[in-house]
Design a protein around this ligand. Structure first.
Ligand code: KIV
Ligand code: ZN
Length: 384
């Protein structure tokens, strides 16, 4: 496949699992990790090993099980966190330590009561320590979205020098606009002398509904990794939805990027995540929502029935969704009614439909959706 590769870093089991009510046990996490490897994620953030013995065990089991995917564990820029993460990840074929610290002035002042220079020193020590365990070290500059670009560039230059191989630029609070996030990546590409020694990564939160747009903008600004979760699960309003960024890059091949994701597994895995985490997916959610491929207004239904591409940019098969649906409501037209009746085995003529349509509308005005059973009832009464 043509195009530059964008690495998909899945954090459903770490940032996604932080959501209240989404907590998983080790068996559940392991089962999902296996599915995410089948999906084709390049890096899987399995958890935050120091946070609890249960999470250590989950990361450790996942590290023992996965075959190709790089298994990653989160840590703060704290010696014990990094050592515990390394211990949990040790059995993996390939593993990554993800370490970092807040870099915005707000974080430096209120979380750490430190100075900018002290933060750089802590970041360097954390990366150097992590490099003792693996040559795959990702550094996150927490709240990079609100970090002054000039200072961020100094932090990034220092951690690359210390051995970081991936640079996570999180918009932790989902504050940035797409052009700002893109400009931040471009600033780093143009102002960090050793930037060619590492990969820039997007990690966007969805507080303003911009996580997907910001991640794509980040890639356009020079990032080559996107951190995301299935169904966009994550802290507060969530993280970038994996299915969305993957399909944006897939549909806009003109941008020139590709991923390793098997898009046909997007819907099945979305349902599995929703079930196991007991967290429903909003029906109008892009790619994986129940209504993502259903058409209910007369104008759309008529066009769709003539040629699907008039109202669908993605073939549902490509993302493993059920076939497109024609939903009958009071906004539906004659073509949709005829189509559904034909499918039920009533090959009515245009004249028949003209008679049946007002009867259908009367029922549709009383109900949210006219079902198969309703149609059979209407047709049976008409045929008598
Ligand atoms: O949103 C964030 O900044 C994070 C970091 C811990 C990577 O999740
Ligand atoms: Zn996050």
């Amino acid at each position: 496949m043509m195009g530059q590769q964008v690495f998909i870093f899945d954090t459903t089991l770490r940032d996604g699992e932080q959501v209240p009510g989404c907590k998983l046990n080790t068996q559940e996490k392991l089962a999902l990790a296996v599915r995410l490897e089948e999906l084709g994620v390049d890096i899987l953030e399995a958890g935050f090993p120091v946070s609890s013995p249960g999470d250590f065990e989950s990361v450790n089991q996942i590290a023992k099980t996965l075959k190709n995917t790089v298994v990653c564990g989160l840590s703060r820029a704290v010696q014990n966190d990094i050592e515990v993460a390394a211990a949990a990840l040790k059995p993996a074929k390939r593993f990554r330590i993800h370490t970092g610290i807040g870099t915005s002035d707000l974080h430096i002042k209120y979380k750490f009561n430190a100075t900018r220079e002290e933060i750089i020193e802590r970041a360097i020590s954390a990366v150097k320590l992590a490099r003792n365990f693996t040559d795959d070290v990702e550094f996150y500059a927490e709240d990079a979205g609100r970090t002054d670009n000039e200072y961020l560039a100094r932090v990034i230059e220092a951690v690359v020098k210390a051995g970081a191989t991936t640079l996570n630029i999180p918009d932790t609070t989902g504050y940035c606009l797409p052009y700002q996030y893109q400009a931040k990546m471009e600033y780093l590409v143009n102002n960090v002398p050793n930037i060619d020694k590492a990969i820039l990564s997007c990690h966007c939160h969805n507080d303003l509904g911009l996580a997907t747009a910001n991640s794509i903008a980040g890639v356009m600004g020079g990032a080559r990794q996107i951190e995301c979760t299935i169904n966009g699960l994550g802290e507060r309003a969530g993280n970038t939805a994996l299915e969305e960024v993957v399909m944006v890059l897939n549909q806009h091949s003109d941008l020139g990027y590709r991923t390793n994701i098997n898009t046909r597994l997007l819907n099945p895995i979305s349902h599995e995540v929703s079930e196991i985490m007991r967290m429903g997916v909003q029906p109008n959610k892009a790619i994986v929502g129940a209504n993502a491929f259903s058409h209910s207004s007369g104008i759309h239904q008529d066009g769709f029935l003539k040629e699907a591409q008039t109202y669908e940019i993605i073939n549902p098969e490509l993302v493993g969704a059920e076939a497109s649906k024609i939903v009958l409501t009071a906004r539906s037209g004659r073509s949709a009614l005829a189509h559904r009746l034909h499918k039920l085995g009533y090959p009515y003529t245009r004249n028949d439909i003209d008679v049946l349509y007002p009867i259908f509308l009367q029922l549709a005005d009383r109900k949210k959706e006219v079902t198969h059973d309703d149609l059979v009832e209407i047709a049976t009464a008409y045929t008598k």
